[in-house]
Design a protein around this ligand. Structure first.
Ligand code: MG
Length: 329
């Protein structure tokens, strides 16, 4: 089966084409365009949606060309239902509905966070991991229990990627600041005392951000970046470790845009080594927001009997990971 999908939860408009031939996840195309530029100061939802509408056809055409397929050869259409920015989500949903109606193809709406987990599991061969999903808007520690992806811990305020980008902008690194900060992390020497906020299993980053901003110019920049990232990543690693201890699971899957960070990878890997757990990170193209993962989850859901009627094909900007019953294998 071949599924074509759209991803438009935030700054990226993507089109993915995936086949499950021989039970493998074969990514035939994974094209995208991002609204955000190096000097962007965040996402303006309506402008991002306008950008997506302007580029949607082009991104779709590029995907079909890359996969060397005609739309008639596609078996299934899927799209991100949520969570995400409503204005942006609508664009993917409109594209998916239109193609489904025009070409008489079944439609499946999928949860963006679960799509990250499922493609990560498939491509790394992780079986039953605790997932640390760390991205711009999302920060969740998730594990499958009784047919739901349960959220064991999550951010109470901003996503960890947003935390990094906002601080990076304050010290003029532009967007995305993560990769540059990651390099600076390894040159820092002094650990500065900063807030470390873990509440039960949940995390908060805005206090750390405010404290860090106040120290700009007063501390050596490399030490400040090192200390901020050290605390934020240690918080994530601590909660991930406790989720492992609580569930008895023996694998960690790290995904989301912040999974690109070598500093975070090192810390998680070390924790896993100490706990004798296996550590997995998928390739970068499926860690960041992408539509291949939406295609893959579309296939899994459709094959287990799930389809979305056009009349019920809404977007759900606030849909949570644990609202979906996991009935697929
Ligand atoms: Mg994401």
């Amino acid at each position: 089966m071949i599924c074509l999908a759209f991803e438009s939860t935030a700054h990226t408009f993507g089109c993915g084409i995936v086949s499950d031939e021989k039970n493998k996840c074969r990514i035939l195309a994974n094209t995208k365009k991002s609204y955000i530029k190096e000097d962007s100061v965040g996402i303006h939802p309506r402008e991002a949606a306008d950008f997506h509408y302007a580029n949607a056809i082009n991104v779709l055409d590029n995907a079909l060309e890359k996969a060397n397929l005609k739309i008639e050869e596609i078996d299934l259409i899927s799209y991100s239902i949520g969570p995400g920015l409503g204005n942006c989500l609508k664009v993917g949903a409109v594209m998916a509905r239109t193609l489904s109606l025009l070409h008489n193809k079944p439609l499946v709406g999928v949860n963006h966070c679960i799509a990250h987990i499922e493609i990560g599991k498939k491509l790394t061969k992780a079986r039953d991991p605790i997932t640390c999903y760390a991205s711009g808007a999302n920060t969740q520690i998730i594990g499958l229990e009784k047919k739901r992806y349960r959220i064991f811990g999550e951010t109470l305020d901003i996503g960890i990627g947003n935390f990094l980008d906002v601080f990076g902008r304050e010290i003029n690194l532009g967007f995305p600041a993560g990769p540059k900060m990651d390099e600076m992390y390894f040159t820092g020497k002094e650990l500065i005392t900063l807030p470390y906020t873990v509440k039960g299993m949940d995390l908060a980053f805005s206090g750390l951000l405010t404290a860090g901003k106040k120290m700009i110019g007063k501390e050596k920049q490399s030490d400040l970046v090192f200390s901020l990232m050290h605390n934020a990543f240690a918080m994530l690693t601590e909660v991930t470790e406790r989720a492992l201890a609580h569930t008895g699971k023996k694998e960690v899957l790290l995904t989301g845009g912040v999974a690109s960070s070598n500093a975070l990878r090192e810390m998680m890997k070390e924790m896993c080594k100490q706990r004798k757990a296996k550590f997995f990170v998928p390739e970068r193209s499926v860690c960041v927001d992408n539509a291949a993962m939406i295609s893959w989850l579309g296939i899994l859901m459709y094959k287990s009997g799930i389809a979305t009627k056009i009349s019920e094909s809404r977007i759900l900007p606030k849909q949570r990971t644990d609202q979906i019953e996991v009935i697929w294998k």
